[in-house]
Design a protein around this ligand. Sequence first.
Ligand SMILES: NC(=O)c1ccc[n+]([C@@H]2O[C@H](COP(=O)([O-])OP(=O)(O)OC[C@H]3O[C@@H](n4cnc5c(N)ncnc54)[C@H](O)[C@@H]3O)[C@@H](O)[C@H]2O)c1
Length: 249
Amino acid sequence: MRLEGKVAIVTGAGGAGVGGLGVVYAHALACEGAAVVVADIEGEAANRVADDIAITGARSIGVRCDVTSEDDIDAMAQAAVDTFGGVDILVNNAGLARGKWSEAVVLSAEEWMEILAVNTVAPVRCAVACRESMRSRGGGVVVNQSSNGALMDAGSYTVSKLALNGVTRVLADELAEDNIRVNGIAPGMMTAKLPEKQVQTLLARQTVRRQGQPEDLVGVLLFLCSDDSSFMNGQTVVVDGGMARSPKQ
Ligand SMILES: NC(=O)c1ccc[n+]([C@@H]2O[C@H](COP(=O)([O-])OP(=O)(O)OC[C@H]3O[C@@H](n4cnc5c(N)ncnc54)[C@H](O)[C@@H]3O)[C@@H](O)[C@H]2O)c1
């Protein structure tokens, strides 16, 4: 129970997409003792996840929050304060990933702004919204969900996540005066729902010869959210079975 008494917010934790990493993160933080605000643009999905967590005896609420809306972000942070007394941990997990977002050269300016708004700018705005509460409680932790795609070539997604790694470094510097640490996790492909052919291609690029599961990220998440990482700031940890360093890319 490393996070006993702490309050955590996880964005994009409604499980409305295919990866569902935010759901696993929300449950893991609750298991470690934190009260959890489950935030998602799909409000009903957020509520369902929060209800599932509450069944285990942990404290949790669901909040509808579009992370591109300043009003929604402020309301999310306020809900944590009103319900649980403040915010200690923010996990910026919401992100746009697949499909058209890979096509960097064909994206319109509007589409570019959309992916950057969700993947790169929203984590800053969420951190700013939580800052005063964290400061008043003596400090806090922000974890940004990056991707090993930041280290490879995956179009606009790469750009957005590489920029997010920069956000992690810059926020670590700018929020240090309030004792807020900011680090990131860069997962590889963490889902069991891929076609077999694609799975084999991915495994050939990894040095760990098995498919990654969302649960493979939990150890690093809890490390970064707890005092175990108290001397670490501004870093993004790659957890991808060795894919990004593979010479076979
Ligand atoms: N799944 C993977 O293999 C993988 C690998 C590397 C990085 N990531 C990153 O992990 C994060 C989660 O990925 P996932 O695969 O679990 O995604 P997912 O699509 O399963 O879940 C994303 C959630 O974010 C929500 N969301 C989308 N836009 C939002 C917005 N504007 N405001 C609030 N919520 C919004 C969706 O409703 C959904 O519930 C993303 O940042 C993604 O880039 C995922």
